[in-house]
Design a protein around this ligand. Structure first.
Ligand code: GDP
Length: 455
């Protein structure tokens, strides 16, 4: 699903990594790559244009978060904009105040409506509802039987005209003329009321292309059953046609939500990224296979991070922003630049990082960390606990000016924090080394407090 789009987007964003600052030219180049990636994935041109314009504006604008480096900021912006074009918040099914809730399915023939009817029925049943499927696709030969098969698999009853009377007249037990889908739909609702089903799923006839007569039939069913939700079922593999099809259904029948099917295919999948933007209606469910279980609620945020292929990095960015204390970081940067960093600052920084969770998890979230499992296993939290304990065993004066930590102080600290003197030695030596290195690096990067300033 979205593999090539995902690869290209990840590639475009990867080029930014390691850059200390982004020039307008860097941003333009990245946006060009993103634009090509989206167009290649069949995302509609107006959607791409709007998307790129917003990213450019935000990336170049004053929107800077001190907690993130420039590359992370661009990833964050691209992610947020992707979530936005996918619809923002997850849209849940609206249930009627007085049951039954009526859900009508509409879409082209072959889009996956009947399959979806079964999936939705099972999904609702698993949540404790009592759904009833109603077969109003009397156009396509075998459609009623197909619904009965999926209904049986889902363990959900199907209301349908009697077999053998499906086309060309005849009456079923309820006196419904089988050829009239509107009458079948109405009778289905009556049946649901009588037998206390709380959700009715109405499967309608599809069409191969946009067909005025069938569209009018769907509108007739809609008027008869007054659905709480009309779901437009869209095959994600139809590419560019998705937009015009969606517009035709919006104008001809109207819908309250979209279901994307066949997301498991290797389609370019641009439909998913265009349909919400073009129709203004949310994507509510996604189908990812032929089995009843291959179905789920559509979450714009999860889909976006999946497309960006860096879900965990995004989590990390979010968490970093949450625990980031701007004042503290500025102070630390100043001290690094001027070589004044103390063990107290070191402890503060360490505590801030540890607020993000166990260090192993944290490193595990970074891309490529999968291959570093052995190395990660060694960075255990116990080691950090020990460092923390040693620093806590020092007096404020010692933390402030580690130079005063002589042999007798080291022995006292070791005893007080339950470690060996060699552990204390190691920590203090490493601290001095690290401070020297950081100060040199800080000067090179123009940290405040150093010789060169950024602004
Ligand atoms: P309808 O004409 O809209 O009722 O479409 P169907 O439910 O009959 O589906 C058409 C074909 O698409 C069938 O062969 C389904 O098995 C298949 N199909 C439906 N949904 C999916 C899906 O999410 N993934 C895949 N791979 N196939 C699907």
């Amino acid at each position: 699903m979205f593999e090539s789009l995902s690869d290209r987007l990840t590639g475009a964003l990867k080029d930014l990594r390691g850059k200390g600052r982004l020039s307008p030219a860097d941003i333009d180049a990245t946006c060009r790559e993103i634009r090509l990636a989206l167009l290649e994935a069949d995302v509609a041109l107006p959607v791409v244009r709007g998307f790129i314009a917003r990213i450019k504006e935000r990336a170049k604008g004053s929107e800077v978060s001190a907690a993130l480096n420039p590359a992370q900021q661009v990833v964050k912006i691209v992610n947020e904009e992707l979530v936005a074009i996918l619809g923002g918040e997850t849209r849940r099914l609206t249930l009627a105040k007085t049951p039954p809730t009526v859900i009508m399915l509409a879409g082209l023939q072959g889009a996956g409506k009947t399959t979806l009817a079964g999936k939705l029925a099972k999904w609702l049943r698993d949540q404790g509802h009592q759904p009833l499927l109603v077969a109003c696709d009397l156009q396509r030969p075998g459609a009623v039987t197909q619904l009965q098969v999926v209904g049986e698999r889902a363990g959900v009853p199907v209301f349908a005209p009697h077999p053998g009377t499906s086309i060309g007249g005849g009456e079923n037990a309820l006196g419904v003329t089988a050829a009239d889908p509107i009458a079948v739909a109405e009778a289905g609702i009556t049946e649901a009321r009588a037998k206390q089903y709380d959700v009715v799923i109405v499967d309608t006839a599809g069409r191969l292309g946009i067909d005025a007569e069938l569209m009018a039939q769907a509108a007739g069913i809609r008027d008869a059953v007054k659905p709480d939700e009309t779901l437009f079922v869209l095959d994600a593999m139809i590419g560019q046609d998705a937009v015009s099809t969606a517009e035709a259904f919006r104008d001809g029948v109207g819908f309250t939500g979209v279901v994307l099917t066949k997301l498991d295919g290797d389609a370019r999948g641009g439909a998913a990224l265009s349909v919400r933007n073009v129709t203004g209606e949310p994507i509510m469910f996604a189908s990812t296979g032929e089995k009843l279980e291959d179905f789920d609620v559509f979450h714009p945020d999860r889909m976006a991070s999946r497309i960006l292929g860096m879900g965990d990095v995004l989590t990390l960015i979010e968490q970093a922003e949450q625990v980031y204390d701007a004042q503290q970081a500025e102070e630390a940067a100043r001290k690094i630049g001027s070589g004044e960093l103390t063990l107290e600052d070191f402890l503060d920084q360490m505590l801030a990082i540890r607020k993000l969770g166990p260090i192993g998890n944290l490193l595990g979230m970074l891309p490529g960390a999968g291959q570093m499992k052995d190395a990660l296993a060694q960075v255990d939290d116990k080691q950090l606990d020990r460092v923390q304990a040693i620093i806590r065993g020092m007096t404020p004066a010692e933390r402030d000016n580690p130079k005063i930590i002589n042999a007798s102080r080291r022995l006292r600290i070791a005893n007080g924090s339950g470690v060996q003197v060699s552990d204390v030695n190691q920590l203090v030596d490493r601290f001095f080394e690290a401070r020297k290195m950081m100060t040199a690096m800080g000067r090179q990067m123009g940290m405040p407090g150093g010789n060169r300033r950024t602004k």
